[in-house]
Design a protein around this ligand. Sequence first.
Ligand SMILES: Nc1nc2c(ncn2[C@@H]2O[C@H](COP(=O)(O)OP(=O)(O)O)[C@@H](O)[C@H]2O)c(=O)[nH]1
Ligand SMILES: [Mg+2]
Length: 400
Amino acid sequence: MKKVEMIIMPEIPKSDLHPSWVPEDANENFACSVMGGIDTKVNANSEEKVYDPNAVRRVPLRRKPTLDEIVKGVGEGNRVMLSKAITLIESNAPKDFDKAQRVLQGLLPKTGKALRIGITGVPGAGKSTFIEAFGQLLCSMGYKVAVLAVDPTSPLTGGSILGDKTRMQNLSREPNCFIRPTPSGGTLGGVARKSRETMMLCEAAGYDVILVETVGVGQSETTVRNMVDFFMLVVLTGAGDDLQGIKKGIMELADAIVVNKADGENLARATVTQGEYERMVEFIRPATEGWKTHAYKCSALTHDGLPELWAVMRKFEKETKESGVFQKRRKAQLLSWVRGMIDEHLHNLFFNDPMIKGRIPLVEHSVVNGLISPSQAVTELIRCFDMDRAAIKHMQSGKM
Ligand SMILES: Nc1nc2c(ncn2[C@@H]2O[C@H](COP(=O)(O)OP(=O)(O)O)[C@@H](O)[C@H]2O)c(=O)[nH]1
Ligand SMILES: [Mg+2]
């Protein structure tokens, strides 16, 4: 009987079981790990296989990249590094804030080069389907496309884009496309800051077009209008007069109104609706100086009308850059961003101040019971705040 050769395997240290690579979007449930194989050494003088524990290939441990490596990686268009940088931006941990800002600072010279396009419309209008089709069209033309979402209404579910991931399956497979769901930032201001900074990182990573989807509710349209160059409103056929009345404010933000689902039996109705919107835009203030907003129709399903819309956007870019309106808007957006952040910072500083926290219920009680006027209440709170800040400063300077 043939002797069965046994190779006794020593216990592999736990550290060697660490995966050396995991997919970019893996979470802790990712079950598959890629490990180095185990080498066996054949003894030249005998047939016997000897296991040499030193021959176990050491798999380098996954270590966190340094900030410089992240900056370099993003600048070279490395998607893993881009995701890491965005994770830093999206983090709510104070220790990550400085890191994120250092990464952004390092990449600042490479930002600002993309065409930023905002897409809004009521749920079901076809925004995600449009982005999927339009994104693929742009990728086929050789552009690198980044897709972001601003949806502060559902920070827990990950926002509209995550919910619609099935509708972006083809686009997410495009090597030249990067899709990032809405960040969970709590307030709209928080989400907006993260989205703006994410947009800048994508630009630094070489993305030519940024598509920002937003839900058609509340203030998010205005917020997205303030972070993009071209703003597009996706509408449906057959919306009643009353609904269209509500949209007037949003129409005033749009550089294009697009009647989607212009396909099949709906095509004729879409053409009529397009005409109605075209008449309506005559009466509204254009969103962009020197640009005439028009109504268009398309089908995100059949892709009809998409190349024409891209041509409109390129025309918009060319004309506004020539007139200087493009650059003027970008500058104004930056300044309003800074102002907005100052507002938010001061707001947080004020309402998180321990003295104010304790004082507010009392002062509010006095106001509602007619003991002091609202103006007096504000003066009183601001005075408390000033005193508290002065005391904190005094303590910090070691005088107490
Ligand atoms: N017929 C037709 N259906 C569409 C078109 N675009 C989107 N849809 C459908 O409309 C529904 C809502 O689309 P979705 O992209 O999720 O809308 P969103 O909520 O605005 O992002 C889905 O069932 C889509 O398949 C289109 O151009 N034609
Ligand atoms: Mg959607």
